[in-house]
Design a protein around this ligand. Structure first.
Ligand code: ATP
Length: 205
């Protein structure tokens, strides 16, 4: 008997730092949509995937891990100061996350799944998505949110923002744009997008 399983469509969810991706992702999850958090999974894999850990240690040296745990301060200082090193680092991490995602996707049984990724356009990952949702908010709002949430300095948040594409470029490419300022409005937009996706992606009867 042939398998009748239909692979769920992958909907990318992206947005700059502090835009509210995780907040939006939580609402999709509340609607029953499976959500894959690529950045969180990457952090887990960098600590747990033995093969990946070996490659990352080879790239940056023994200080990459302390007692087996990723030395995030050391890593960030080095890779964010050197674009080539950052590219090499990402070239090791991305395939591991891609494999982890495919395995996760193969276990999902829904019309669509949401894949939350901070730098989806920047890495070409949007090409593998059936549609992309961009979450946006004005820069000053995003800065204040992250400073409040992480206790980060203005300079730290601005330097992280500088490594991401500006919203005006991502807006032109996105299939859906969620303006995330007033939370109740954001949640309404999520529900509307969910309804549209459910209708447009439902298999023909
Ligand atoms: P990052 O890229 O840094 O992981 P993110 O895009 O996932 O951020 P969130 O973590 O969802 O953003 O939101 C950033 C902070 O702003 C959180 O503390 C969240 O609770 C808060 N926040 C998100 N949306 C709103 C909103 N509409 N109103 C008020 N606070 C919000």
């Amino acid at each position: 008997m042939s398998s009748l399983r239909i692979k769920p469509k992958v909907i990318g969810l992206t947005g700059g730092i502090g835009s509210g991706k995780s907040t939006v992702a939580t609402e999709f999850a509340a609607l029953g949509v499976p959500v894959y958090h690529a950045d969180e999974r990457a952090k887990i894999l960098m600590n747990m995937d033995i093969e990946l850990k070996g490659k990352l240690r080879d790239l940056l040296g023994p200080e990459t891990y302390v007692n087996g745990w990723l030395n995030t301060g050391f890593v960030a200082t080095h890779i964010f100061a050197d674009p080539e090193l950052l590219a090499s680092w990402n070239a090791l991490v991305h395939p591991s996350v891609a494999l982890d995602f495919e395995l996760w996707l193969s276990k999902q049984d829904s019309i669509y799944v949401v894949k939350e990724v901070a730098i989806l356009y920047e890495t070409g990952g949007a090409d593998q998505c059936a549609a992309v949702i961009l979450v946006t908010a004005p820069k000053h709002v995003r800065l204040n949110r992250v400073i409040e949430r992480d206790g980060a300095t203005l300079e730290q948040v601005e330097s992280r923002m500088a490594r991401q594409w500006p919203d005006q470029i991502k807006r032109k490419k996105a299939d859906y744009v969620i303006e995330n300022e007033i939370l109740s409005e954001t949640l309404k937009q999520v529900h509307q997008i969910h309804q549209k996706l459910t209708e447009s992606l439902a298999p023909d009867q």
